[in-house]
Ligand binder design. Structure first.
Ligand SMILES: NC(=O)c1ccc[n+]([C@@H]2O[C@H](COP(=O)([O-])OP(=O)(O)OC[C@H]3O[C@@H](n4cnc5c(N)ncnc54)[C@H](OP(=O)(O)O)[C@@H]3O)[C@@H](O)[C@H]2O)c1
Length: 258
C-alpha cells in the first residue's frame, strides 16, 4: 500500500514517514523540497501515481489571514482533485482540536475551510484533530509577550508530543477511513499559564508569566475548555516532564553548531 505524505519534510511529516517505513509500509514524502507543490499542482500527478492513501500534514508558510486561507483552500482543492484522478481511497488530514471555537483567528478559519472541503469531496477521509504540540509551546510564550512579560489565561491545556501525533496519524492512515473526525491529545491536562511557566523555567528563560483571565490565546478570547479535546479523544503516552528531560538531554549531547 503506497502512502504519500504531503508535507513529509515537516515536523510531523518527517516523523510519520519514518514510522510508516519502520512498519514496512511504502511511504513517500512529498513537498516543495522534492518538487511537489500543492499550491501550483507541480509534481502532484507523478507523486500520487499508485497511491492508496494521502496524508496531508502541510502548513502554510505565512499565517497572515488572506495568505493562510488561500494556502489551505487552494492546496486542499488541488490535492483532492489530483487524488480523485489517481484513484486514491483515503485522504487523511491533520487539523487542530477546538478549531470551530477559535474562529477569531484567520489561521483557524483556514483550517475549518480545509476540513469542509475534505468533508464535501468524494474521497473517503479521516480528519485528525490534535492538541498543540509540546514543540509548539515556546511559540505560545513568544506570541503572548506584553512588554517583557508573558500574559496568558489560566484555561485548560492538553498538549502532546509531535512523536505521539505522528504515531496516531500513522495508525489512522493504515486503517479504514472514518469519514469523520478523530481527536487526539496529550495524557495530562494542565493550565496554560502554568505549563508555559514550567517550560520557560526548565529552559532557564527568565521571562515572567502573568496569569490573566482576560488574556487571549493568539489574539483569540478563550474559555476553560476551548483548547481541550472531547472525553473520547485518543491520548498520547509521552508526559510533558519526560519530553522536557529528553529534549534537554538531546541538546546537551548534540555537537556544537548542530
Ligand atoms: N503546531 C501545533 O501545535 C499544531 C497542533 C495541531 C495541528 N497542527 C497542524 O499540523 C500540521 C503540520 O504542522 P507541522 O508543524 O508539522 O508543519 P511544518 O513543520 O511547518 O511543515 C510544513 C510542511 O508543509 C510543506 N509545505 C509548505 N508549502 C507547501 C506546498 N505549497 N506544497 C506542499 N507542501 C508544502 C513543507 O514543505 P517544505 O519543507 O518542502 O517547505 C513542510 O513539509 C499543520 O497543518 C498544523 O495546522 C499543528
Amino acid at each position: 500500500m503506497k502512502i504519500v505524505v504531503i508535507g513529509g519534510t515537516g515536523l510531523i511529516g518527517a516523523k510519520l514517514v519514518n514510522k510508516l517505513r519502520e512498519q514496512g509500509q511504502e511511504a513517500a514524502a512529498a513537498s516543495p523540497t522534492s518538487g511537489v507543490n500543492t499550491l501550483t499542482g507541480e509534481g502532484l500527478a507523478d507523486a500520487l501515481k499508485g497511491a492508496s492513501v494521502v496524508v496531508d500534514v502541510t502548513n502554510s508558510p505565512s499565517w497572515e489571514d488572506a495568505a493562510v486561507l488561500k494556502f489551505f483552500e487552494t492546496s486542499t482543492r488541488n490535492l483532492l482533485d489530483y487524488e480523485a484522478a489517481a484513484g486514491v481511497g483515503h485522504h487523511v488530514a491533520l487539523s487542530v482540536v477546538g478549531t470551530e471555537r477559535l474562529l477569531g483567528s484567520g489561521f483557524f478559519r483556514a483550517k475549518l475551510a480545509q476540513e469542509n472541503l475534505i468533508k464535501s469531496s468524494s474521497i473517503p477521509y479521516s480528519i485528525v484533530r490534535a492538541t498543540q504540540f509540546f514543540e509548539f509551546v515556546k511559540n505560545i510564550a513568544d506570541f503572548s509577550m506584553e512588554g517583557n512579560q508573558v500574559r496568558l489565561p489560566p484555561v485548560l491545556f492538553q498538549p502532546m508530543a509531535a512523536d505521539d501525533v505522528a504515531s496516531a496519524i500513522g495508525r489512522i492512515a493504515i486503517g479504514t477511513p472514518v469519514n469523520g473526525t478523530v481527536e487526539i491529545g496529550g495524557p495530562e491536562q494542565f493550565h496554560l499559564d502554568e505549563l508555559i511557566r514550567r517550560d520557560l523555567a526548565a529552559r532557564k528563560d527568565p521571562r515572567e508569566v502573568i496569569s490573566d483571565v482576560n488574556a487571549r490565546y493568539f489574539g483569540i478570547a478563550v474559555s476553560e475548555r476551548t483548547l481541550v479535546p472531547n472525553h473520547d479523544a485518543r491520548l498520547g503516552e509521552t508526559r510533558f516532564e519526560d519530553w522536557l528531560d529528553a529534549t534537554k538531554t538531546a541538546s546537551k549531547t548534540r555537537p556544537q553548531g548542530a
